[in-house]
Design a protein around this ligand. Structure first.
Ligand code: RP5
Length: 169
């Protein structure tokens, strides 16, 4: 198993996870994706979670929509950190997923990040921040990333101030 395992409840969640895969790749963190459901494949999902620590996984990212119990069920079977991404599924645009995921009972935490497509990138970054606590090289990459990100916003700000609204769209 890889350092980070990304589990999604359905193949339909995959497009929203591009940011997670891309970000982990950008930082050189090995990851693997799995499609397993808390409801449709409960035994396989539990099996993965129970064996994750022994198999070398450090952080699990779980994306699910609707009655999004995947992250919570995985967290119940492992002491590894679990990061949940609520998928923005119809008809409630992810509010159902968010509430199902974020309201974990005391004792079994899930770190729930931004709902929908933007959640993939933030889940990956949070996983990287956890891994960086024991990896100085990764910590430096995170610091460099923040500097570059800020520089980009400030460059956009400069263009907006100097050239006006239409220069940025
Ligand atoms: C959840 O139900 C999945 O995570 C997905 O977001 C949602 C819908 O699944 P599909 O019907 O598209 O397979 O379990």
């Amino acid at each position: 198993m890889s350092t980070v395992t990304i589990i999604m409840g359905s193949k339909s969640d995959l497009p929203a996870l591009k940011g997670a895969f891309d970000t982990l790749k950008e930082f050189g963190v090995d990851c693997e994706g799995r499609i397993l459901s808390a409801h449709r494949t409960p035994d396989a999902a539990a099996e993965l979670a129970k064996n994750a620590e022994e198999n070398g996984t450090k952080v699990l990212i779980c994306a699910a929509g609707m009655a999004a119990h995947l992250a919570g069920v995985i967290a119940g079977h492992t002491v590894l950190p679990v990061i949940g991404i609520p998928m923005a599924s119809a008809p409630f645009n992810g509010l159902d997923s968010l509430l199902a995921m974020v309201q974990m009972p005391p004792g079994i935490p899930v770190a729930t990040v931004t709902a929908g497509n933007a959640g993939g990138k933030n889940a990956a970054l949070l996983a990287i921040q956890m891994l960086a606590l024991s990896d100085p090289e990764l910590m430096q990459k995170l610091k460099d990333f923040r500097v570059k990100q800020a520089e980009k916003v400030l460059a956009d700000d400069k263009v907006l101030r100097e050239s006006g609204y239409s220069a940025l769209i």
